[in-house]
Design a protein around this ligand. Structure first.
Ligand SMILES: Cc1ncc(COP(=O)(O)O)c(C=O)c1O
Length: 398
């Protein structure tokens, strides 16, 4: 095969150019304008129409703003899912606050709600006050148990910032992820369900809160003709050009969603008979994943061609994917297929080695055994067959 099969490449609808051209024609080449307003309206409608949407420069900026909106401040504790990309947790440090990390449960791979409650009680016991916010993450688009998370959060009076950066189109009981908590986060990075080349959105509970968060995202400039600032602000607004790409992408979002789901089902069908390989699928009907990335996990006993010559990585012993996972990644790479290890849990990262962690080895074991496979709109059915053939021929069953 000549072409390289990438995990999740951006796919343009063709309508993007029209919106960008309009921005140039009308000289709206600034971080505000008709495309930003239009993109926010499109997202609001897609998410069910009840929440307000603020388009921002990245998903990371949205997480940061969400924490600010919950009043997270220096010295506060914030509970976050350990198994995630660093952007879910780093903004806690931006605020001078303290992360408290929680392990995952093995069905959704997301925040374990028993551990969540245990951690809240222990933090109250140890510090005399409840954490300020909870950040669950929908890994690879798979919804977390938001019903239980909201129940616990409401019981202890803690705000939830849903990191649904990977979950545009994912639903729990039919409701869009990102619309349950006080705030929700979306990312439109180049590899997400849709892209704005780089960008994100903060899902806000109402217009008043959106206005407040808008101010933080625009350097906290007060409404005077001159520059007046009462509080610290940020330059986090989305550009009108990026939003033009977003408006074009909204025309293909439903197609993208259907495609990602089709790809996940096909992987599952084709790998179903492979002992030692498991495709990560939704554990219940009410948990509807967008399958942003299809993910498999490899039984540690499964032998992959070439794994005996894999040199250990130069990190703490055992702190890397298993040799058979790395061997499979290399087998795929040699045949022009990109695959990627799972997010390395934050409690295993040197940056977060000293923060409180509640849980065992669920996330850690998933990290060691998992591999993300190509899933984007440019991955065809033939590509999935090709990838599964490579996987099957690389496995050496004893
Ligand atoms: C779980 C998660 N949170 C947050 C982000 C941050 O989004 P961005 O890259 O747009 O800053 C990402 C994506 O990259 C992500 O995967």
């Amino acid at each position: 095969m000549d072409k390289k099969i990438i995990l999740c490449l951006a796919h343009m609808s063709g309508a993007e150019q029209k919106y960008i051209q309009q921005a140039f024609d009308e000289n709206w080449v600034v971080p505000l304008g008709p495309n930003v307003d239009g993109f926010e309206e499109d997202l609001k409608a897609f998410l069910g129409g009840k929440k307000e949407v603020l388009a921002v420069s990245s998903g990371t900026a949205a997480v940061h703003l969400g924490l600010i909106g919950c009043g997270v401040d220096s010295g506060d504790e914030v509970i976050a899912q350990s198994f995630t990309f660093c952007a879910s947790v780093n903004p806690i440090l931006y605020q001078g606050a303290k992360p408290v990390l929680i392990d995952s449960e093995s069905a959704t791979w997301n925040m374990d709600t028993d551990l969540l409650e245990e951690a809240i009680l222990d933090r109250i016991h140890k510090t005399g006050r409840a954490p300020k916010a909870i950040v669950p993450v929908s890994l690879y688009g798979m919804p977390y148990h938001i019903d239980k998370i909201m129940q616990i959060a409401d019981h202890y009076g803690i705000a939830v910032v849903e990191d649904s950066a990977e979950a545009l189109g994912s639903r729990f009981d039919g409701q869009s992820l990102g619309t349950f908590g006080r705030f929700g986060v979306l990312s439109f990075n180049g590899n997400k369900m849709i892209t704005t080349s780089g960008g994100g959105a903060l899902i806000c509970p109402d217009a008043e809160t959106k206005e407040k968060m808008f101010r933080y995202a625009t350097q906290s400039r007060e409404p005077y003709p001159f520059y007046q600032h009462k509080q610290l602000g940020y330059n986090y607004r989305m550009s009108n050009i990026s939003a033009g790409i977003g408006r074009g992408q909204m025309t293909v979002l439903k197609d993208h969603l259907a495609h990602h789901i089709m790809v996940a089902r096909l992987y599952s069908e084709l790998l179903n008979d492979m002992p030692g390989i498991k495709v990560h699928l939704s554990p219940a009907e009410r948990i509807q994943s967008n399958y942003w990335l299809s993910v498999i996990s490899l039984n540690p006993e499964l032998h992959i061609k070439g794994q005996e010559s894999i040199e250990p990585f130069a990190v703490d012993p055992g702190d890397a994917p298993n040799a058979n996972v790395e061997a499979l990644r290399r087998c795929l790479e040699a045949r022009c297929v990109e695959s990627r290890p799972l997010w390395k849990p934050m409690h295993l990262q040197p940056l977060y080695s000293n923060v409180p962690y509640y849980g065992g080895k669920v996330a850690e074991n998933l990290f060691r055994t998992g591999l993300c496979l190509p899933s984007g709109p440019l991955v065809s059915k033939e590509d999935v067959h090709y990838i599964c053939d490579i996987i099957k021929s690389s496995c050496q069953l004893s």
